[in-house]
Design a protein around this ligand. Structure first.
Ligand code: BTN
Length: 318
């Protein structure tokens, strides 16, 4: 019925699903309760309206078609933070690929201890639980794998050009639309689990004064009405594909070209904000481990590791 633009009669629904008129009537009532806006017109039948606002467990699980990423799904109307919830679930034994999604967060967290504004009905907030078969020092690569998947998912669903600002911000028209926060739990030298949290700004909103010049949202950049469940489903599909490639080599060797083709910093002059001293160079792309290759004025190419530094364009954010 989701694909059907016109009305579909009650009788047609009975035939298609092999159920009685009463069963159709009851199912329509249940969908309305879950927030689906269904127009019911006598002698014409039923039609789904306002698809872009529909969100929740059913909408997500009916759209997610990946094999393992997001197939186990826990949706909440409200949470403190999906990363915090995902860690609780991981501690309790949640499987690799379990996805936690919420409509709003009351304690959303960004990198470097910052808050992540998380109003209801506006954005995407999710966290994927992973139990990767890799060494702790390879884990940071999985954040880049997620960045690649988010950029691909956004481009596919909205038609916008989504770029990556190394290592893992997603940028549209030079402004940030998405941030990623990965946290891991180690047991001796072994990754017990890893959670990758993603926040994507979707609908028009007022940003705080400190970020208003560098943040934007998909619908503010001309995406049209975005169905958040469709976006998450596209990201899960893209993530799963890229993860498989990552796992085969334990590196980003086979994902580099794809990542670099979306890298907004590539070929640009950047400033590396390093605790040991800032320096400038031209970003050339990433290496197999996800480090940024920066060409210094001397011609020497250095590898920049994401953990210690941040990167800015010489004129601002990108
Ligand atoms: C950043 O600072 O750029 C990272 C932001 C990450 C925000 C997401 S929203 C879903 C998940 N839950 C959180 O509390 N944070 C991440």
């Amino acid at each position: 019925m989701r694909e059907q633009k016109d009305y579909v009669s009650g009788q047609e629904l009975c035939q298609r699903f092999g159920v009685s008129r009463t069963a159709v009537w009851k199912a329509i009532g249940q969908l309305k309760k879950e927030g689906y806006a269904i127009d019911a017109v006598q002698n014409r039948g039923y039609r789904l309206a306002g698809m872009e606002s529909i969100y929740g467990q059913n909408e997500l699980s009916s759209r997610i078609k990946s094999q393992w990423a997001g197939r186990r799904l826990h949706y909440f109307d409200s949470l403190g933070s999906t990363n915090a919830q995902a860690k609780l679930e991981a501690e309790a034994g949640a499987a690799h690929g379990t996805l936690v999604v919420t409509d709003m967060q009351t304690a959303g967290r960004g990198r470097r201890g910052r808050d992540w504004s998380s109003p209801a009905g506006t954005n995407v907030y999710f966290t994927l639980i992973l139990r990767p078969d890799c060494e702790p020092d390879q884990a940071s690569m999985l954040t880049l794998v997620m960045a690649l998947a988010v950029a691909k998912g956004i481009a596919q669903v909205t038609g916008l050009q989504a770029d990556i600002k190394w290592p893992n911000d997603i940028v549209v028209n030079g402004k940030k639309v998405c941030g990623i926060l990965t946290e891991m739990s180690l047991e001796q030298d072994y990754i017990q689990y890893l959670v990758t949290g993603v926040g994507i700004n979707v609908r028009r909103q007022d940003f705080a004064p400190d970020i208003v010049n560098k943040a934007t949202a998909l619908e503010m950049e001309g995406a049209g009405s975005v169905n958040r469940a469709e976006l998450i489903a596209a990201i899960m599909k893209a993530y799963e594909e890229s993860y498989q490639v990552f796992q085969a080599t334990g590196s980003l060797a086979k994902l580099r070209d794809s990542y670099d083709s979306m890298l907004v910093n590539r070929g640009r002059q950047v400033v590396i904000l390093d605790p040991k001293g800032d320096y400038e160079g031209i970003a050339r792309g990433i290496d197999d481990a996800g480090q940024l290759l920066v060409e210094l004025p001397s011609g020497e190419v250095v590898e920049v590791y994401a953990g210690e530094v941040s990167v800015r364009g010489i004129y601002g954010y990108v």
